[in-house]
Design a protein around this ligand. Structure first.
Ligand SMILES: Cc1ncc(COP(=O)(O)O)c(C=O)c1O
Length: 386
């Protein structure tokens, strides 16, 4: 098979090659300094992310999962508290709630955006609800305005899980700037990815910021004096320096992903393969696909380009046979995971999440993906369909 016809799901090498001199020099600078944990690179990266997100405070941590854990610890979330979120997300969203002894309470997704259906939140509230944790899945923000009204009315906190949505916007507001705290991940596959794990908590609340800053370093302040029990949730200088080099390019990479999404839309349409969301809901896509919807007011940054396909598993096998990378995010709604059986949910409780888990498929969308490769992806899908 010629190289041209191989389309990986993600290829980070072109990005590294383009920035190699700058990245290598920055990494060498950290090595020369021998200053590896927190320190000036992390501080400058925190300032840069606060500016980028339009918030006052940013606290670098060891991963997106740890950002969620530390944010909830800073809010005092624990035993007896309930956190409302959606079950169709990466495990870390829910694992972090459970690890703190709190209880995740699921609300189904809105199928067009894959995000929490805000109209169903009020029905899930109890007198134990403390936090709403919307996930801005695949790079598109959840409907934050009605959520904020609900939070205000019921005195709840909002933590935005923006692990997949750095720089996404809704009605001009950036992800992480709306809730009480926001959490980012710099896992290498994210739009802003490090050379390893990394994460960030952002907030406009000075108290939460100062508690989170202590908690990420064993609750220590000043050195060797501990007013809280935190942990080692620190971001390291090598990651911060890589991310500082990459950050100025992030909006350009978002734009490239958005262009790729547009090209997919054009090519799927030309091939007669696009079906409306109503066909998905009525259970008949008749040889077509539902493409990701960008909801009104949203600026999607396409961390993933996820379609609905009727014969998803067979399509996936066909794409792989033809050397086109694809992935299922996620094959099981989290209410059905074995380790969350104690939550007492059953199959059928969240039909939209369950449908997404059985029909969704992510196609390549990374910034350096060429139009030829996108054309190839659609051709391979058309050859499966017709
Ligand atoms: C929605 C969501 N939440 C949380 C996380 C956790 O981030 P990390 O992998 O950096 O711990 C991820 C990333 O994988 C994610 O996609």
């Amino acid at each position: 098979m010629p190289e041209q016809s191989h389309v990986p799901l993600l290829d980070l090498k072109p990005q590294y090659q383009a920035l190699k001199p700058e990245l290598d020099a920055a990494l060498a600078g950290v090595v020369e300094s021998q200053y590896f944990i927190l320190g000036p690179e992390v501080e400058s990266f925190e300032r840069n992310i606060a500016n980028y997100c339009g918030v006052e405070h940013a606290i670098g941590v060891s991963s997106g999962t740890d950002a969620l854990i530390v944010a909830m610890m800073a809010m005092g979330v624990g035993e007896g508290d309930e956190v409302i979120t959606s079950p169709y997300t990466f495990f870390g969203t829910i694992g972090s709630i459970v690890r703190l002894g709190a209880k995740p309470v699921f609300v189904d997704i809105e199928p067009g955006s894959f995000n929490i259906d805000v109209s169903k939140i009020e029905a899930a509230l109890t007198d134990r609800t403390r936090v709403i944790a919307p996930v801005h899945l695949f790079g598109q923000m959840a409907e934050m305005e009605p959520m904020r009204s609900i939070a205000r009315e019921h005195d709840l906190l909002i933590i935005e899980d923006a692990a997949q949505a750095i720089g996404a916007k809704r009605h001009g507001k950036t992800a992480c700037s709306i809730g009480h705290m926001g959490c980012l991940s710099f896992f290498p596959t994210k739009n802003l990815g490090g050379f390893g794990d990394g994460g960030m908590i952002v907030t406009n609340d000075a108290d939460y910021a100062s508690i989170a800053r202590q908690l990420r370093n064993h609750g220590m302040e000043p050195k060797y004096f501990h007013s809280r029990v935190g942990g080692n949730f620190r971001l390291d200088a090598l990651q911060a320096t890589v991310l500082n080099v990459k950050l100025p390019h992030l909006n350009h990479w978002h734009a490239q992903r958005r262009e790729n999404a547009d090209l997919y839309r054009r090519l799927f349409t030309q091939a007669g393969l696009v079906r409306p969301i109503e066909d998905l809901l009525s259970g008949d896509l008749s040889g077509g696909y539902v493409l990701p919807a960008e909801l009104p007011g949203n600026h999607h940054i396409y961390n993933q380009f996820v379609i609905y396909a009727e014969q998803r598993d067979a399509l996936m096998a066909h794409l792989k046979e033809n050397q086109v990378g694809c992935e299922i995010y996620y094959p099981l709604s989290l209410h059905q995971q074995e380790c969350f059986r104690m939550l007492g949910y059953a199959q059928g409780d969240f039909p939209h999440s369950e449908r997404a888990a059985s029909m969704s498929l992510a196609l390549p969308i990374y910034p350096d993906l060429s139009p030829e490769k996108i054309t190839r992806v659609v051709e391979v899908i058309a050859s499966f369909t017709h």
